[in-house]
Design a protein around this ligand. Structure first.
Ligand code: GCU
Length: 679
C-alpha cells in the first residue's frame, strides 16, 4: 500500500529507457564540505540516486569513478573552484549544475556559493533524474527570483490549524522542545526541495499569537529553528499587536508610546537571545477584529515601523499583512488599497507588505489586488492560500498552479505594459531590496501531509512558483506527476490535462463569471448565494452577488463603488466597461440585466446556468479519466482520489441546483437547453 507519505520525493526506480539514458551517471556522491547542510545533501543524493538507479550509491570525499556527482562550494572544493562556474549569478541560494571532467573523470558538478545553494541544486538534480531528463550535458544556472519564500502555518498552538483540512498541526507543541518529532525532518526535506527559506510557525489570527512570544514557547520555536537551520530555513512568528498589554501589563499598545517601543525592543532582544537567526514577525493588525495601531489613532506605518525598529538591530523583518477590512459602508474590496496607498514610501526598510492575491479573500477567481503595482515605494509581497478554504477543502481536485499563474502574469500596467504582478512582487519592477511570496500551508498530520494526493501538487506548485514566479503551471504539473506517480505517457498526459482544467471547474461549480464569496457562512464549503443574515453585510453572499429581479453582479464602476479606479490605465477603463471586461470577471465589476448579451450570443442568465451545469459535467469527466488511470496507480492513492471525486461530484450537483434555484427565483427565466431542473 502507498499512503502518499513520500510526496514527490519518492525516488522509485527509473523505467528502462530513462535508466539507460542515465548510463553511469550517479555512480557515487562526492563532497569536500563538512557542514550539517552538506551532510544532509550527501544523504539526500545517496538516498535519491540509490532509489532511482536501483543500486547502492555510496558517498565519499574523493572522485573514484566516471559518473560521480560532485557537490559543494568553491570555498571547500578546489576542484569546484577550478571550474570557473558562473557562480556570481546565483547568489546565496542558487546553484550551478554542470557536466564536466574533473581529474580525468566525467562528473556532474552541483555547486553553490553556500552549502544551502548546493542543497537546492541537489534537489534540482534529483528532479531532473526523476523526470527522466537527459543527464549527460547538463548546464543549469539558477537563482531564486524572490528573496523571502515563505510558508505560513496558521497554527493555533493547540494542534488545530486555521482552515486546515489535513488533520492536526505537524508541530507537537506539548512535546517540544524536549522531543522533536523525526517526521519534521521529512517535512524540512520537502520544503527545502522547493527552496523555501522561511516558515511562520503561528497563526496571525487570534489570541494564541501572544502566548507564542513568551519564553517557554520561544524555546519550543528554538528547537524547530535548530531543526530547520541546516535546510536553509529560518523561523518567523506571528506577533499580536496587543502583546505589550497582554504580556507586558502596559496600559496601552500605542506604537508612539516610548514604553511600548521599549517593550518591543526588549522582546526582540529576548527572542534573538533564544533564536539567534530569528527571521521576524508576521502581523495581522486591524483586520477581522485583531488589535492594531488604528486602535490608538495611528497608521499601519506607525505600527509596522515600531516593530521594525525593534527587529532591525538583529537583522529581522516585519511582514505586515494588507488583509484589512472592517464592517463599513465602503466596498470591502477597496479598503486595503485605501488604507495602504497613502502610506506608500513611509514604511521602514525592513518592512514588507503582504498582500493577498485578490482584493477580497482567496476566491476561486478574483482580479489581482490593485496594491500590486499600486505600492511603488514599499515592497509588496504576495500571499497565496495553498490550503483550499474556498475551493472545496481537501475534497475537490483543484490544481492551483493555474490560478496563481493567472494572477502572477496579470499586467498591472504600473510602468506601462509588461508590469506583471510577478515582477512587482519579485522586486524587479520597482527595484525593491526585499521581495516576498507567502503561502498559507495545507500540511497537517494526514499520512499524505496535504489531505489529498492532488493537494500535494498545490504545495509543490507553490514552492516552484515561489522560486520562479514566471514558471509555467503546466510544466510544474508535469514534473509533479512524473515524480509523484509515473512517467508512463498513458498516465502523464490525461492527468495533467485533468489538473489544468480543474480550477476552471471549481470556478464553474461555485462562482462563475466573476461571482465571489457565494459559499455558505463560516465553513465556506457548500453553496449559500441566498444567505443575507450573517449580521455583517460584508460577510453575506447576497452582498457580493447583488442579484435581484433586474439582474446580477456588483457594480464597481463609477456608477457603483468605483473600485475600478484603483487600477492603473488602461485597466481602470477596461474594467469599467462591461463590453471590454473579460467575461470571467464580468460580475465582479458589473451589475447587469439578466438578458445582457454575452460574447456567445446567449443571455447572461443562460450563460450562468450553463456554467453551473458545466461544473458538474467536468467533474464527471474527471471521474472518467481517473477510472481509466487505475492500472497505473497503487490501490491506496487511486482509491482516495476516486472517493474524493465522487464526493466532489455530489458537491458540484448541490452547487448547481442550489445556485440555479435561487437565481431563477429572481431572474424568472426558463433554463436553457442542457441544464437539468434543480432536484
Ligand atoms: C479568511 C479566513 C480566516 C483567516 C483570514 C486571514 O478570512 O476565513 O480564517 O483568518 O482569512 O487570512 O487572516
Amino acid at each position: 500500500a502507498d499512503d502518499g507519505y513520500q510526496l514527490w520525493l519518492r525516488y522509485a526506480p527509473l523505467d528502462k529507457a530513462a535508466s539507460a539514458r542515465a548510463g553511469d551517471i550517479g555512480s557515487e556522491v562526492v563532497t569536500a564540505s563538512r557542514s550539517p547542510t552538506a551532510k544532509i545533501t550527501a544523504e539526500e543524493l545517496t538516498r535519491g540516486l540509490s532509489g532511482l538507479l536501483a543500486k547502492k550509491v555510496a558517498s565519499g570525499d574523493a572522485i573514484r569513478s566516471n559518473g560521480a556527482v560532485l557537490f559543494g562550494t568553491p570555498k571547500d572544493s578546489p576542484s569546484i573552484a577550478g571550474l570557473a562556474l558562473p557562480l556570481e549569478r546565483v547568489g546565496s541560494d542558487g546553484f550551478v549544475i554542470k557536466s564536466a571532467v574533473v581529474k580525468g573523470k566525467r562528473v556532474t558538478v552541483i555547486a553553490g556559493n553556500t552549502d544551502v545553494g548546493a542543497l537546492h541544486g541537489a534537489f534540482a538534480f534529483l528532479r531532473l533524474v526523476q523526470t527522466g531528463a537527459a543527464l549527460d550535458a547538463l548546464d543549469v544556472v539558477e537563482a531564486p527570483k524572490v528573496k523571502l519564500r515563505m510558508i505560513d502555518h496558521w497554527d493555533n498552538l493547540d494542534r488545530t490549524m486555521e482552515r486546515g483540512f489535513s488533520g492536526f498541526s505537524i508541530f507537537n507543541w506539548w512535546e517540544l522542545p524536549g522531543h522533536v518529532d523525526p517526521q519534521l525532518v521529512d517535512y524540512a526535506r520537502a520544503e527545502a526541495s522547493l527552496g523555501i527559506n522561511g516558515i511562520v510557525l503561528t497563526n496571525p489570527s487570534g489570541l494564541t499569537t501572544a502566548v507564542s512570544l513568551t519564553e517557554p514557547w520561544l524555546k519550543k520555536a528554538a528547537a524547530l529553528a535548530d531543526l530547520f537551520r541546516p535546510y536553509g530555513i529560518k523561523i518567523y512568528l506571528s506577533a499580536r499587536f496587543s502583546c505589550p498589554q497582554e504580556l507586558g501589563g502596559l496600559k496601552t499598545g500605542d506604537p508612539l508610546d516610548p514604553q511600548v517601543r521599549a517593550w518591543w525592543k526588549a522582546k526582540a532582544d529576548e527572542i534573538y537571545r533564544i533564536i539567534p537567526d530569528f527571521g521576524g514577525f508576521l502581523v495581522k493588525a486591524n483586520s477581522e477584529g485583531q488589535p492594531g495601531p488604528q486602535d490608538f489613532g495611528r497608521s499601519h506605518a506607525d505600527g509596522a515601523n515600531m516593530m521594525a525598529e525593534a527587529l532591525a538591530p538583529h537583522g529581522g523583518i516585519v511582514i505586515w499583512r494588507a488583509f484589512v477590512y472592517s464592517p463599513k459602508p465602503e466596498d470591502r474590496v477597496k479598503q486595503a488599497y485605501n488604507e495602504f496607498k497613502p502610506f506608500d514610501g513611509q514604511f521602514a526598510d525592513n518592512v514588507v507588505i503582504q498582500v493577498k492575491n485578490g482584493p477580497l479573500d482567496f476566491q476561486p477567481r478574483e482580479p489581482f489586488s490593485p496594491l500590486f503595482g499600486g505600492l511603488e515605494k514599499t515592497p509588496a509581497g504576495i500571499e497565496l492560500q495553498i490550503t483550499k478554504e474556498y475551493l472545496g477543502f481537501e475534497i475537490h481536485l483543484v490544481y492551483l498552479g493555474t490560478l496563481w499563474q493567472e494572477v502572477l502574469q496579470s499586467d498591472t500596467y504600473a510602468k506601462g505594459s509588461g508590469s506583471t504582478v510577478a515582477h512587482a512582487i519579485d522586486g524587479s519592477l520597482f527595484h525593491n531590496k526585499l521581495s516576498l511570496i507567502a503561502g498559507a500551508s495545507n500540511v497537517g498530520t494526514a499520512r499524505n501531509w496535504s489531505g489529498s494526493i492532488f493537494d500535494q501538487a498545490n504545495w509543490n506548485a507553490y514552492g516552484r512558483l515561489a522560486w520562479n514566479p514566471d514558471a509555467d503551471a503546466r510544466a510544474i504539473a508535469e514534473d509533479w506527476v512524473r515524480m509523484t506517480f509515473t512517467s508512463d505517457p498513458a498516465f502523464v498526459k490525461p492527468v495533467i490535462d485533468m489538473m489544468m482544467q480543474s480550477r476552471e471547474t471549481a470556478v464553474d461549480t461555485m462562482t462563475p463569471l466573476g461571482l465571489a464569496h457565494q459559499m455558505a457562512t463560516g465553513h465556506h464549503y457548500g453553496p449559500g448565494p441566498w444567505i443575507d443574515n450573517v449580521g455583517r453585510p460584508d460577510w453575506n453572499p447576497t452582498y457580493y452577488n447583488g442579484a435581484d429581479k433586474s439582474g446580477i453582479g456588483f457594480d464597481r464602476t463609477p456608477t457603483g463603488s468605483n473600485a475600478v479606479a484603483q487600477y492603473h490605465a488602461p485597466l481602470a477603463a477596461i474594467f469599467a466597461d462591461p463590453n471590454k471586461t473579460p467575461e470571467p470577471l464580468l460580475l465582479w465589476f458589473h451589475h447587469l440585466p439578466w438578458d445582457h448579451k454575452m460574447v456567445s450570443g446567449r443571455t447572461l442568465w443562460d450563460e450562468l446556468a450553463l456554467h453551473y451545469a458545466r461544473g458538474v459535467e467536468n467533474v464527471k469527466a474527471m471521474q472518467a479519466t481517473w477510472a481509466r488511470m487505475k492500472p497505473y496507480v497503487d490501490a491506496e492513492r487511486w482509491q482516495i482520489t476516486a472517493d474524493f471525486l465522487a464526493m466532489q461530484y455530489d458537491s458540484a450537483v448541490e452547487w448547481r441546483d442550489a445556485s440555479i434555484a435561487y437565481f431563477q427565483s429572481l431572474s424568472g427565466r426558463p433554463l436553457p437547453h442542457g441544464v437539468p431542473a434543480p432536484a
